[in-house]
Design a protein around this ligand. Structure first.
Ligand code: GSH
Length: 191
């Protein structure tokens, strides 16, 4: 049995929650209180961070790597494109997600100019999504899962308006029709 060390408010954990739900992987969840982190979490991950996936004594941290692992271990339904070039481009987006999340966290900290910098990132995503329906390519998949937790939190927690980004809004509407993402919207509503 897989165990996910998880925290509702953590968008990195949300990636893993969504991927596990999409693949229908049975697992247990251990909620970690990030405001009072238990000492034992360092035995699971030497950075003390969540998410961590555990199976028997095997431990895997780092959400991007966990997504790749789940894709290899549970290939159905596929969350990466069949075409190697398209797969590679989806991975580039995941590799570069810090470009998107850095201004998000700056905005959360209330830094000057962060709202404009985050809007620039939303505009970049909007342009990508105007060119193809999903960040992963022609189909929904890991790149969409890797970004949507921050977009939901930006909209629903930070109150960022997505009005100027029609392709992004349409993408979010389509994502919210998926039970795995709808569940995350509910989690975010309770933060
Ligand atoms: N690179 C990690 C980042 C995980 C991360 O930053 N998790 C946060 C919660 S959202 C955490 O555990 N923070 C505790 C800390 O940094 O002390 C990943 O992708 O899994």
């Amino acid at each position: 049995m897989l165990t996910l060390y998880d925290a509702d408010r953590c968008p990195y954990c949300a990636r893993v929650r969504i991927a596990l739900a999409e693949k229908g992987v049975e697992h247990e969840v251990v909620e970690v209180d990030l405001t009072d982190r238990p000492a034992w979490i360092y035995e699971k991950n030497d950075t003390g961070r969540v998410p961590v996936l555990e199976e028997d004594a095997w431990l895997l941290p780092e959400s991007s790597v966990i997504l790749e692992y789940l894709e290899e271990r549970y290939p159905e339904p596929p969350l990466l494109p069949a075409d190697p070039g398209e797969r590679a481009l989806a991975r580039v987006l995941i590799f570069r997600h810090d470009d998107f999340t850095r201004p998000y966290y700056a905005l959360r900290r209330g830094e000057d100019g962060a709202a404009e910098r985050f809007d620039e990132q939303l505009a970049t995503l909007d342009a990508t999504l105007a060119a193809h329906a999903w960040l992963t390519g022609r189909e929904y998949g890991l790149a969409d899962i890797a970004y949507v937790p921050w977009v939901l939190r930006a909209r629903d927690v930070l109150g960022v308006s997505l009005d100027r980004f029609p392709a992004l809004r349409s993408w979010l509407d389509r994502l919210e029709e998926r039970p795995a993402v709808a569940r995350e919207v509910e989690t975010v509503a309770q933060l």
